[in-house]
Ligand binder design. Sequence first.
Ligand code: ADP
Ligand code: MG
Length: 547
Amino acid sequence: MERKILILPESLASKIAAGEVVQRPASVVKELLENSIDADAKKITVVIKDGGKTFIQVKDDGSGMNEDDAVTSFQRHATSKISTYDDLENIRTLGFRGEALASIAAVSQVELITCTQETDVATKIRIEGVEIKEITKEAFERGTSITVKNLFFNTPGRRNFLKNNTTEFKHVFDVVVRAALSHPEVGVNFISGEETVFNLKPADISDRIRDIFGEKLSDSLIDVKSQSPFIHIKGFVSKPDFSRKTRVEQFFFLNNRYIVSRNLNYAVYQAFEYLLEKGSYPFFIIYIEIDPHKVDVNVHPSKMEVKFEDERSIYHAINSAVRDALFQENRSGVEQHPQITGDEKQRPIISHDFQLTPNEQRYFQLHSRYIIFPVDEGVMIIDQHAAHERILYERAIINFENSNTKSQHLLFPHTVELTTGEISIVESLIPELDALGFQIKIFGKNTVIVEGVPPDIKPGQEATILQEIVDLYKENENNLKLEPRDNLAKSFACKAAIKFGDPINQSEISALVEQLFSTKMPYVCPHGRPVVVKLSLSELGKRFGRI
Ligand code: ADP
Ligand code: MG
């Protein structure tokens, strides 16, 4: 019988394998940069032409190779970086798959010149579509230079998929920037055509960021730092007011390897959640170090995706490191406002049946919407609804953990009719509603009896508040996908807070201002909108033409 199965010739097999590693000029640059870094280079020069389509050269001053290694390096699965399975579990280098040079050579015309410390003459190899064309010797300083010409010259299908030079340049640029950020101690010179795109001196992380992104961005960064026995995190996030409308400038480095992870991105967004408006994203650069045994980088040939042994812990570590950083930043913005403690914090803003602390200083309320508050160096304008929302939100979160809330017992309980779906929401939140100060009994399939409400609820709102909270909870569940407790805290805070347009009296104003500045994040409401706007005397001076 005639055989149908053939073993593919090496020239075809290598093109197929190359497809996984080399998608565009940027993939070549990435692999070559990784090799230079793995070879302990202190200075790397990248030159490209036509977005890298016709010419890519990466030159380093690293360890170099002798002639035997240089020839072998172009074979598939040829690597000096691992030799056993245990090594694969303990990767400390950027490369380890031994397929980059083979893949690049399969689809382009390559010239390698390399020289080690030990040899005084360099090996030069010319290779085209896996075939070695020429090996010669010549003078060259220690290190390696690899020139890749006419990428995909023998795979027209691939070549046709390439985008215009500007787009391909942008991809190469991103790759070089990531490498430069991953190893700031390495000098990186990047030239495109006749133009030097950047020439970065060896630096520490902060200076490298400044050199790449400029003064304005680096001045707006907040330090992120956290250490535990199993994970070290350091890096920077932008201050909330520096956020961008796109996600481009966000970097994670795992053991100095640039990685992409939607989940870890989310850990950072979560930490910003009350600080950013929907649709804006923070700039961040976060370096994570963990034991390589606890992470698998061999998920995809590009090595940008990783699998963590314990992703939840990594998520939480990043989330809380960023939260802490933002919290510190927020605190440092709060000036010398009266800080209040204990029971004062729990006191309702709207006075029902007890006196609030009198305050000697006058403030006043503007159009039943804003509170104008003189401060040393100018004036603060506070959005009364947003301020109260912030207070109630934080109080709710504290009460969920450690309830000591009083409840206003209602003389005449209210009956609330809810849909079956709404009843199940209420049922699932009974402990939290209780912690907020609700006294609730579920009665039959569609009825809830409210016997008590939180002390913050305004007179007249007792009958409707539960329905209002449930409605907003459902809306948040659909639109924002909030976690249940957070959702309840936000829904409660929004509905129980004094409204825009509600008149409040002098002692209520005082209580609102005092309690606002005792919260963790007085400057933003739980939705991320500003609570306070400050006008400095110098700004006022400018407006009046005095400065
Ligand atoms: P990998 O990096 O996964 O080992 P590559 O195909 O990228 O596989 O490279 C093969 C081998 O060639 C490397 O393991 C290394 O020993 C050698 N090599 C490649 N580039 C360089 C370089 N710039 N300097 C020194 N050695 C290099
Ligand atoms: Mg490599």
